[in-house]
Write a protein that binds this ligand. Structure first.
Ligand code: C5P
Length: 249
């Protein structure tokens, strides 16, 4: 199932490759975040890409424009399929990231992170952001797409609104997926507001990112297959329903 991306939030190359080998064909790609990347480095990205896997490199670049552009080029050289930057890096940084990606033959998708799910309105206020959290998300999503990024990362609480706001073209990547298949298997969970995989795609997500419900499951392949089946079983008329309600094609 192309839309299911599995977060390889593990510490070792061995475990990451084991999971990738197990889930290849069921998952549409694998997310490598700062935890695994810091432990195991770029060679793991290249290994997975060389095996034909789509690698979503979630390092949330946020630096001066030239540094981010070079990081995007380096990620593209490794064979990265999609990567993240912080939209809060500003227009010039975002344009530099988008331009750097476009210069590659195998152009990676570049998506912008708006507001981290760990931040709330009070924390935004302490950072000097006075507008409400959803308004900040909207503003950063507008900035990211206007700067030429391919899309944004959006939590389940935002995906429907952002799809209506941004239209059909931008990629929207949504973490925070939970549902019946993983009930009770993710103790101590920090995902606050969740949607099931099918709900997230129906709300407008292009891709869903699922970590612990799969990788912490006693049977990761069965859990991944259950989510893939849930996505396959979506009634065709569900697709775009909410977008049509929002007045779009
Ligand atoms: O919760 P789960 O293990 O499915 O998380 C998958 C991905 O979702 C993580 O790799 C992280 O990037 C993201 N996440 C998030 N907000 C949280 C927890 C996880 O955006 N509160």
């Amino acid at each position: 199932m192309d839309q299911l991306l599995v977060a390889l939030d593990v510490d070792t190359r061995e475990r990451a490759l084991e999971l990738a080998d197990l889930l290849r064909g069921t998952a549409g790609g694998f997310k490598i975040g700062s935890r695994l990347f810091t432990s195991e480095g770029p060679s793991l990205v290249a290994t997975l890409a060389d095996r034909g896997d789509r690698v979503f490199l979630d390092l949330k670049y946020h630096d001066i424009p030239t540094v981010v552009a070079e990081a995007v080029r380096a990620a593209a050289r490794l064979g990265t399929w999609m990567l993240t930057v912080h939209a809060a890096g500003g227009r010039v940084m975002l344009e530099a990231a988008a331009d750097a990606a476009r210069q590659r033959d195998r152009r990676p998708l570049v998506v912008g992170v708006t507001v981290l799910t760990s931040l709330d309105g009070a924390e935004l206020g302490r950072l000097g952001v006075d507008r409400a959290l959803p308004d900040q998300v909207d503003a950063l999503a507008d900035l990211a797409t206007a700067a030429g990024l391919d899309g944004v990362v959006a939590s389940p609480r935002e995906v429907e609104r952002l799809r209506a706001r941004l239209g059909q073209a931008p990629t929207i990547v949504t973490p925070g997926i939970r549902g019946g298949v993983d009930a009770g298997q993710t103790g101590g969970d920090d995902q606050v507001r969740t949607l099931s995989a099918a709900e997230a795609v129906s709300a407008g997500a292009s891709y869903i990112v699922v970590g612990r419900p799969i990788i912490a499951s006693p049977d990761p392949l069965a859990s991944a297959r259950a989510i893939a089946r849930e996505l396959d079983a979506r009634k065709p008329q569900e697709t775009g329903d909410r977008r049509q309600e929002a007045g779009e094609a």
